[in-house]
Unconditional design. Sequence first.
Length: 255
Amino acid sequence: MQRTGTSTPLDFHHYFQPVYDLTEMRVIGFEALMRGRTNLPPSELMLKAKEQNRLIEVDAESVEKAIATFFSAEDQLNGDETLFVNVFPETLGSKRFLDVMRTVRNRYGDRCRRVVFEINETVVQAGMWHTPEFATAIDRIRLYGFQLAMDDVGEGTTNFRKMIELAPDYFKLDKFFAGGICRSERVRHFISLLVDYCRGHTRLILEGIENEEQCRTAMELGIASGQGYWLGKPAPLDNFLRISHKCERDEVHKE
């Protein structure tokens, strides 16, 4: 993204991190992660955008760019992978985001079902969940055939009421749970309760899996899907197209 004038140009691209089916140990999707071309961390990139009053603009452009990158490689994918794209609640309720959704829907049609909007939660934007604009955006997402995920469940401003009312297609458990899954009985008990709650209507993804023991324990508790450095590090999408999905985790570990 390049701009002239008083605003600092915010140039970015995306890396993609694989999401695995833990039972079959195969890639079922990717999360698009923003990366600045000058090694600027995503948090700082979005902070700069906010300082320039361009948060919605940059966030919406990131969504559209990530989706375009994903579908540009469609003929080299298996055809059933899902793309997870992060979006702020403030962006979700904006006219700019509605325009992006219409554009993507017109361009890709029914393939939009493979796109999951992953709602980022921040304390600053907690009030956006209760606005008419947010409710309209959620309705439009469903109407156009996109899917929804709640990110960092157990962290941020997530609460049980939001989990029930939003009824997303995915819950992404915060990495705190992966960190405690092997050493805390309370963590394992909470995860078991959530697995029972999700059964039959919501897919549960454990983020932050960093070793085999965490992965194995997650599987024993009934978690269907996982994401983390042990399974696959974020990389350009092309990196995942050059190797078989089923052996990808082993290939990454050889690096």
